[in-house]
Design a protein around this ligand. Structure first.
Ligand SMILES: [Fe+2]
Ligand SMILES: [Fe+2]
Length: 229
């Protein structure tokens, strides 16, 4: 799967060097997606609605499952191993699992009306679509708040640099994005050494894109005439 040209913003190799930042960026995108969904439910026939519905559908069906899998399989087990008893991480895990399940169920329920809008039609039941969108966005906001404040806060506190490096490699495999250190090793192996290219491959710019700077942020801004922060 090529994630570098998707409408909600790409995952770049340098993002893999900052896994917590990558997760935070995805959460920003999910908040932007929730806002776009709410507007779409209010105006399912508004200008640009079909394109927005298609972009949201793509995120919910392809990128959100990858994000959830990255949390459950890549982040949480390492964090569980580092957490201290007083962190009460087990309790968070139970709550997060329940919320991921609920999130997935509602996301599936949104697929049919989103497909209708993406093909230029009205959702089969506009009232039901609005209700589902409200449930989804309320759950999503609460979930993101928990994860940003609790889980990612704990990750910053407890994970060691080697844990983050391991997660970066796991995320590279999961998202199908080349790890910058793999590119560096490849360059070093080549017969014609190029120190400048090595430096370029191994030096992340350190800047993370906010949701408003991503293509998805620009898309929702264009469609709804509102700039993301
Ligand atoms: Fe998350
Ligand atoms: Fe999550």
């Amino acid at each position: 799967m090529n994630l570098t040209s998707e409408p909600w913003g790409s995952i770049e190799p340098s993002d893999l060097l900052d896994p917590i930042g990558l997760l935070t960026d995805e959460h920003d995108r999910q908040l932007a997606l929730g806002e776009a969904l709410t507007r779409l439910a209010d105006e399912p026939q508004g200008a640009g609605a079909a394109r927005t519905a298609e972009a949201i559908l793509g995120y919910l069906e392809r990128r959100l499952p990858l994000h959830v899998a990255a949390e459950i399989e890549d982040f949480y087990p390492l964090l569980q191993g580092r957490a201290e008893y007083s962190d009460e991480f087990e309790q968070f895990l139970v709550a997060m699992r329940e919320e991921h399940d609920a999130d997935g169920t509602i996301a599936q329920e949104l697929a049919e009306p989103l497909r209708a809008i993406a093909s230029g039609k009205s959702p089969p039941d506009a009232g039901q679509f609005q209700t589902r969108v409200r449930r989804f966005t309320a759950l999503q906001r609460r979930h993101l708040l928990w994860e940003n404040q609790t889980i990612l806060g704990l990750a910053r506190k407890r994970l060691e640099p080697e844990d983050l490096a391991r997660i970066g490699w796991k995320l590279a495999a999961r998202y199908g994005v080349p790890h910058p250190e793999a590119a560096r090793a490849q360059t070093a192996d080549s017969q014609a050494p190029n120190p400048a290219a090595n430096r370029a491959a191994s030096a992340p710019d350190g800047k993370r894109k906010s949701a408003g700077e991503t293509a998805f942020g620009r898309l929702t801004s264009r469609v709804f005439g509102r700039k993301k922060k």
